[in-house]
Design a protein around this ligand. Structure first.
Ligand code: FAD
Ligand code: UDP
Length: 385
């Protein structure tokens, strides 16, 4: 009898497994239907020995010291500040849009102060900022919006920015200085030996039993457990009772080139051309020295594994219906990007998992004090009710 069946070995599932095992000495079965742990942050060495991210570039950044300190128990770090260039009008320019972006694109020599006026002269008046279009046009105007955001967003989401919640393009700031870092966070690092090694350390505990290539349905009724933490898609858990929650997918094309370096920075975005959105070159992220270089091209897709919840009011309304079911389901906790339908970064998921652990720890008695475990038949009834 396991105390917990944890479905999904990404950040949400692995952090909770680690906390429950180490802090409460509980027995955990951690499963994932993929053939590895780490969820979407999984990295691996390709056939040439280059470290790549199987599911696209993952750069760790946070302002939360507590989250950084927590993960530091399982990894050393490599300092890395992420920089991205966008190919616009045939030029490679910094994104987030900054002083150099505008000067280079328009052949100007503006100062930061002049750029503020330049933006003010182009910004559109928007009453209430609601959509991802509003966010950008209200700051930099329509021309830069179209060059940098409209095409990229239509590719990435299959939707116009005017149809997406403001939170999506709000992820990318606009700057009037020359700061060309993609993120402004206080802590910006990559796990020195990769994410997978970090996850291995996190879940390496005698009380944590890991089973990959195992779907929840394979073990749900077969392996006795008292409680569940579910980190997969919430609509799938409830058999799509209210209809499918939309998630955006990607197809990753991994390529190795027989040259040491391909592009000047870790990621180049393509808002105007090509079917792919961006190209990642991992050596910038990992610092690996190698005669060859590995790249990933990201092709957005409506079908495939769920990677992104799609932030739109009607999707949120549908999620709320599932959330009400989830809250009424005893002994099952829903955690993570897919189960809480939130476009969260890794650090936010770690924060969510740590907060969930604190709630569990405050509300559930420790195993030694708890009543005898439910027989599986009773558990099944409890889950189904
Ligand atoms: P996941 O990592 O998705 O893990 C869920 C796991 O559950 C999966 O492994 C899945 O196989 C498993 N699962 C689902 N259903 C079942 C089932 N029925 N049975 C068994 N197993 C199941 N964040 C950053 O902070 N920085 C970045 O640079 C960054 N880049 C990203 C780039 C891309 C392309 C993507 C898609 C995401 C990126 N993220 C980034 C976000 C990051 O991936 C997530 O925040 C984080 O991985 C979410 O962790 P999770 O545990 O909630 O979900
Ligand atoms: N975006 C854009 N052009 C860019 C970069 C981002 O239009 O050059 C928009 C796009 O809608 C994207 C969102 O901003 O989905 C958030 O970008 P981010 O880089 O955070 O996306 P992620 O890394 O999560 O895929």
């Amino acid at each position: 009898m396991y105390d917990w069946l944890i479905v999904g070995a990404g950040f949400a599932g692995s952090v909770l497994a680690e906390r429950l095992a180490n802090e409460r000495n509980e027995r955990i079965l951690l499963i994932d239907r993929r053939n590895h742990i780490g969820g979407n942050a999984y990295d691996r060495f390709d056939e040439h020995g280059l470290l790549i991210h199987q599911y696209g570039p993952h750069i760790f950044h946070t302002n939360a010291k507590q989250i950084f300190d927590y993960l530091s128990r399982f990894t050393q770090w490599r300092f890395y500040e992420h920089r991205v260039l966008a190919e616009v009008d045939g030029l490679l320019v910094p994104i987030p849009i900054n002083l150099d972006t505008v000067n280079k694109l328009y052949g100007l020599h503006l100062t930061s102060e002049q750029l503020q006026d330049w933006f003010a002269g182009r910004a559109e008046k928007v009453g209430e900022i609601k959509t991802s279009e509003d966010v950008v046009v209200s700051v930099v105007g329509r021309e830069l919006y179209e060059k940098f955001f409209r095409g990229y967003t239509r590719k990435q989401w299959g939707l116009d920015p005017s149809e997406l919640d403001k939170s999506v393009t709000s992820r990318v700031p606009t700057r009037t200085n020359r700061d060309d870092r993609y993120f402004g966070d206080e802590f910006q690092f990559m796990p020195r030996h990769g994410y997978t090694r970090m996850f291995e350390k996190m879940v390496s505990h005698p009380n944590i039993h890991v089973m990959t290539q195992t779907d929840y349905q394979d073990v749900r009724y077969a392996i006795p457990h008292r409680r569940v933490i579910f980190t997969g898609p919430i609509d799938e858990y409830f058999d799509f009772r209210f209809g499918k929650l939309p998630y955006r997918s990607l197809r990753f094309e991994h390529v190795t080139l027989d040259k040491p370096l391909h592009q000047p920075v870790g990621v180049v975005n393509y808002p105007q051309t090509h079917d792919y959105t961006r190209v990642t070159e991992y050596k910038h992220l990992t610092g690996q020295e190698h005669a060859k270089t590995a790249l990933t091209y990201e092709y957005p897709s409506a079908v495939g594994d769920p990677y992104y919840p799609i932030p739109k009011p009607e999707n949120q309304a549908l999620f709320k219906k599932y959330e009400r079911l989830a809250l009424a389901t005893p002994n099952v906790w829903f955690v993570g990007r897919l189960a809480t339908y939130r476009y969260y970064n890794m650090d936010q998921i770690v924060g969510q998992a740590l907060a969930t652990f604190r709630r569990i720890n405050e509300t559930l008695p420790l195993r030694t004090e708890s009543p005898p475990a439910l027989p599986i038949s009773a558990k099944t009834t409890a889950l189904a009710s």
